[in-house]
Design a protein around this ligand. Sequence first.
Ligand code: HEC
Ligand code: HEC
Length: 459
Amino acid sequence: MLKRLLTLGGLASFAILAAACGEDPVSPPPPPPPPDPVRVALIDTVRLLADQRNLDPVPGSGPVRPELVKLGRALLFDRELSGNRNIACSTCHLPSFATTDGKSLSVGEGGAGLGPSRTHPGGVFIPRNAPALFNMHLQTQFFWDGRVEDLDDGSIRTPAGTQVTPAMEAIFEFGAISALGMFPVTSRDEMRGELGEPGNELGAVADGDFQGIWSALMDRLGAFTAYRTLFEAAYPGTAFDDMTFAHASNAMAGFMISELAFVDTPWDRFLVGNDDELSDAQLRGAKSFMTIRCMRCHETDAFDDRDGEFHNVATPQLGPGKGDGPGGVDDFGREGVTGDPAERRMFKTPTMRNVELTSPYGHAGQFATLESIVEHYDEIDERLRDYDVTQVEAALRATLLDNFDDILVTRDTILLTIEFDEAGRDDLVAFLESLTDEAARTLTGIAPATVPSGLPIDN
Ligand code: HEC
Ligand code: HEC
């Protein structure tokens, strides 16, 4: 220590001397700082833990033909896909909000404004939080309850059952994600609108007649020469009139997969050997994430769930709900898909990649910040009971259900031993921030300059 002080003193007087002479000191390159033994040990531990868990960098997506991406880009940003031509996919999946809307719960058809300040004149909210559209090539189960999913036998399951025909399935190039875009357009609150609205032929189709909605949409798109050209370029050899909305949905998947794969993060660079990528706090957080059981569920390279299992992590319930429970204002999650009461309130384990960018968190956007959702895991049952509803927008606060005991019935018991202090929470958050791809921070360039309908673009 004494020797070091002396050196520092020597350097300082040298600098003063050099400054006095008005010359740049030609100082020798500073010796590399001695390795900090605590940090070195931590790096070794994190590498060992990651190795034991077979953690690897995640792969990017493969190439997608540009004509398909171009069509998908147009469709995803075009309000023409909504009954009253007032909302596009991108209205809720805004590039400027990391392909979410920055709201706890989305506001759909008939709403005004963009991002967190978007409101609906009738106070209507969509029951769940809008997830980001990142890294769809890594996922096999979509929506919070996995109701659009790839099955083990290579087929896909969707809420439309056999209305997704074998001919449609044959168009899907990317698995279940190719089918996903067929559903927001069928939801009245999200995009379709109501019966009896002038000019809204989509709203006039009966609920449940998915085929009717999809063919009405293709009639709409076919009215634009520009769309016919885009579709026929994306699917060479097929005439527009022989296509279905499966072609549109598959193109939107192609766009997401091609343009929204963001996998180059400090964590990945650390995994391949660059020690300097992670700060001490991020290393401590990584160690903790791997050892305090977060990875019992966030278990893959993308830190989502590999087994197709859904979990109840005791997040509170708010918003209009999915028609479940007393008054229909509850949300039973996966049970709604499988009919199995043992899966009540279980939701998909979301990926941790780019999670820093996609607040609010939870299936109903119950948590405003990463700190808040991570802290929820510290003595989880008490956290649920102490949940602070003021973190969500005022219009939603009164919708918080007082059903904590019910929620805890299926709460995963894995969670019961998890405990950490404030510093531990901050380390976990720091680790999660090492999963951000810098390129995902600025996305407004992914929007097209115009769309074939000429309608305004929500970016
Ligand atoms: C009104 C807002 C809104 C609109 C419009 C909208 N979405 Fe979404 N999106 C959501 C919400 C909310 C969810 C979650 C719903 C759920 O889990 O039940 C979601 C889920 C998704 C997912 C699943 C992501 C995941 O990780 O599981 C994808 C992909 C997606 N939307 C794409 C689209 C596309 C493509 C369109 C246009 C055809 C679209 N969305 C239109 C709000 C919207
Ligand atoms: C029992 C399985 C399980 C365990 C263990 C678990 N999680 Fe989760 N995690 C989930 C599920 C399921 C959700 C979605 C919950 C919901 O919305 O109701 C989630 C949501 C999250 C979210 C919000 C992501 C988003 O996009 O909204 C974060 C952040 C998170 N978990 C971090 C952690 C951390 C940190 C730990 C360890 C302290 C952990 N999780 C342990 C299953 C789990």
